[in-house]
Design a protein around this ligand. Sequence first.
Ligand code: UD1
Length: 382
Amino acid sequence: MTMTSDRPVRVLCIVGARPNFMKIAPLMRAFAAMPGRVDAQLVHTGQHYDEAMKDAFFRQLQIPEPDIDLEVGSGTHAQQTAEIMRRFEPVVDELSPDVVLVVGDVNSTIACALVAAKKGIAVVHVEAGLRSWDRQMPEEINRVLTDQISDLLFTTESDAADNLQREGIDADRIHFVGNVMIDTLLANRERAVPAETTLQGISGFDGDSEHFGLITLHRPSNVDDPIVLRRLIKTLAELSSNLPLVFPIHPRTQARIEEAGLSEVLAESRIALTAPLGYLDLLGLMARARLVLTDSGGLQEETTALGVPCITLRENTERPVTVEQGTNTIVGTDADKIRSVFKDTLNTGGKSGRVPELWDGHAAQRIAEILVNWVSNQVRAA
Ligand code: UD1
């Protein structure tokens, strides 16, 4: 790292896919509040590009327009990762940042971290150390590899540091700071679109804002396997007779449901489909839902922060604090187990939990302070 201590730290922040946007928003705000100390620029890789998957989030979360859009679009994992790397390298050469900051576990995270690390630029990983221990999950590969090549690692829950240290990462590079996704949730809670408003706009929804549940599904292990997808959709369709369900549908899930011939099952159920929702719309729905059925990592955390019961349709979670302290129950994809936990949750009101340590809305400020001090110390040590 070559810099003098009297100019701002140049931080190149990376986003690519929908869950990254919620994580970068408070960081960009925290950096903007440190003029003279930090000069932050934003690169969007273009992994997610649709209005509903990208622009709506930038607008609603008031994220500054990216300084650079690599416009990579969709592809296989190898194609997408390689294309991001190819297009990101000249950007790094031109901007010559002091650090590249990546968030989460998507393909954009590992691709940009790898480019930076090979160029000798410090990599900062926000949301480090989460492990599902399931290497079938593309995100698990991205997490393990990104952490290995990161210089500074910020964690959201206390177990994450143990995971990192077991993998040989020095404790002095790991900082437990809380959860930037929850910074965004707390900052926007009051601005959320009322559930009534969103529900009125969803055709086919026959419940009311006091009595509905929310579904999201997009993990390849659930939606790319037609047998698992059929079992899940049929079970959820059956359960919707007890509680009307709203299902904002991810583009990959939409495509797989059509390919598997499951559209009819949904049409005959009390599941109301809608296009992917904006952040403030989904937050409003989540906060009022009787329960949430999901395979999303982000929703497991958001429901814990909101105190809403979450039934996770996966065999594992990389976010165990949501189970140990929060409202999350890991159920898997077995129809009987889903039925049983669903009915129990409806009858009892579900698991009550508490908000995990440091999920207090100030993670981004902590990260910004630690990051700037760390870079200054590196400079002094050089
Ligand atoms: C990606 C992340 C996943 C994250 C999810 C959130 C990886 C490995 N996966 O999965 O961790 O939970 O984002 O949504 O990075 N598509 C569109 N419009 C878009 C983007 C995608 O229609 O704006 C369609 C394309 O057909 C594409 C498919 O969705 O092929 C999958 O997109 P991709 O970014 O490859 O993965 P996700 O499933 O979204």
